[in-house]
Design a protein around this ligand. Sequence first.
Ligand SMILES: [Zn+2]
Length: 130
Amino acid sequence: MIRYALRCKEGHDFESWFASADAYDALSAKRLVSCAVCGVEDVSKALMAPKVAPRAAPTEMERKIAELRRKVEAEATYVGPRFAAEARAIHEAGESRPIYGEANAAEARELIADGIPVAPLPFLPKARTN
Ligand SMILES: [Zn+2]
């Protein structure tokens, strides 16, 4: 047995069981499939859409990353690829101004070696200045 979702020319949706796909085709060709609602014999298979799973709730980790991102974006200044130079300038001026941006591994190592506190962020910046 096979179940088809069907639609008549009036737009009624209904379902019907057939012995097989071939049986449906044979009955349909002879106009022996009629609408369960209005009885019209002009019926075709309805277009089906896959059921889309609801978006999964964010995990605890995703939630924490989103929270950190909001905090960083609200409180720190994005300096893009000038991060290493800016961090060094702030450090040398004795300031503590929060910034975030991009640094390569060598730049990050140099900053840490010079006692400038930096930390990797678990996300990529939304906006790029270049
Ligand atoms: Zn109908």
